[in-house]
Design a protein around this ligand. Structure first.
Ligand SMILES: [Zn+2]
Length: 289
């Protein structure tokens, strides 16, 4: 089986835990790292402060956890840019991205915008795929990227950089959640972002990917295909439960990420069941059709 090579291994990326708390990525963007590192959130959640220099305004993308130290760092970044927060954009409903959206939106006097009406809140703006938002002296394209979750959006900046939330991570690969996520939608979303020809990927977790974003998206597509092939290879030797498949296919990854691996495995089996290539049920053994 072909093991796809991750192009990032030869890139000069900061080691885990070595990302600066606050970093100016380009004139439009400052990144503020939240203090919530974990096996699933990597270095922590990245909050992005986005706005044209001199506009006196900025939008927050993925405020992250409602943590006082993180809020102080984000307010310092706004002050450093001489910017007032005019909007809070959220890529998807997971708490490590969305928890602070409503409280900080209220505190900063900024409207929350997201695809999920519950995340946007009562006074919020429900975003539609394909919209172009004019804010903070710039425009932001709303790119549908369902797969990790059903509501997932990416935001394309005028510079060509794309803020990808959990669609693509700065290190390793992302999870297609189950039952909400969708592998076919995820693959389509990877191709959609690839087709944009992004100048950089600013990820929800981990370092920004600036060297060859297209190569990372190609790797993500190849990695998903490999996981599917591994599942099929395991099933060729006999029926397996999801737990057995995870233990086999993810033997090389730390056990603490196995629950997430099980979600991606269920999501991939759902695709194979729908395609008629596998039969059985996810709560019992599955076998090749
Ligand atoms: Zn997520």
């Amino acid at each position: 089986m072909q093991i796809p090579a991750d192009p990032r291994v030869s890139w000069d990326l900061p080691a885990p835990g070595a990302m600066p708390r606050t970093a100016d990525l380009e004139p439009l963007v400052t990144r503020v790292l939240a203090p919530n590192p974990s096996p699933m959130t990597l270095d922590g959640t990245n909050t992005y402060v986005v706005g044209a220099p001199g506009s006196g305004q900025a939008a927050l993308v993925d405020p992250g956890p409602d943590d006082p130290a993180h809020l102080a760092a984000v307010e310092a970044a706004l002050a450093e840019r001489g910017a007032r927060c005019v909007a809070v954009l959220v890529t998807h409903h997971h708490g490590d991205h969305a928890e602070a959206a409503l409280p900080w939106g209220a505190r900063l006097g900024a409207q929350v915008a997201a695809a999920d009406p519950q995340v946007a809140g009562p006074g919020g703006r429900v975003l539609e795929p394909g919209q172009r938002l004019t804010l903070a002296g710039t425009t932001v394209g709303v790119v549908p990227t369902p797969g990790h979750t059903a509501d997932h959006l990416a935001f394309r900046l005028e510079s060509g950089a794309v803020l990808v939330g959990d669609h693509v991570l700065g290190r390793g690969t992302s999870v297609v959640t189950h039952p909400e996520g969708d592998v076919l939608a995820y693959l389509e979303s990877l191709r959609r972002v690839h087709d944009l020809g992004p100048s950089a990927l600013y990820c929800g977790h981990g370092p920004e990917l600036t060297e060859d974003p297209g190569a990372v998206l190609d790797f993500y597509l190849a990695h998903r295909a490999m996981r599917e092939e591994q599942l099929l290879a395991a099933l060729r030797t006999g029926p397996r439960t999801v737990d057995e498949l995870v233990a086999e296919v993810y033997a090389a990854v730390p056990r603490e990420v196995w629950p997430a691996a099980a979600q991606s495995t269920r999501a991939t089996l759902d695709k194979l069941l729908a395609e008629g290539r596998v039969e059985g049920r996810l709560d019992g053994p599955v076998r090749l059709a």
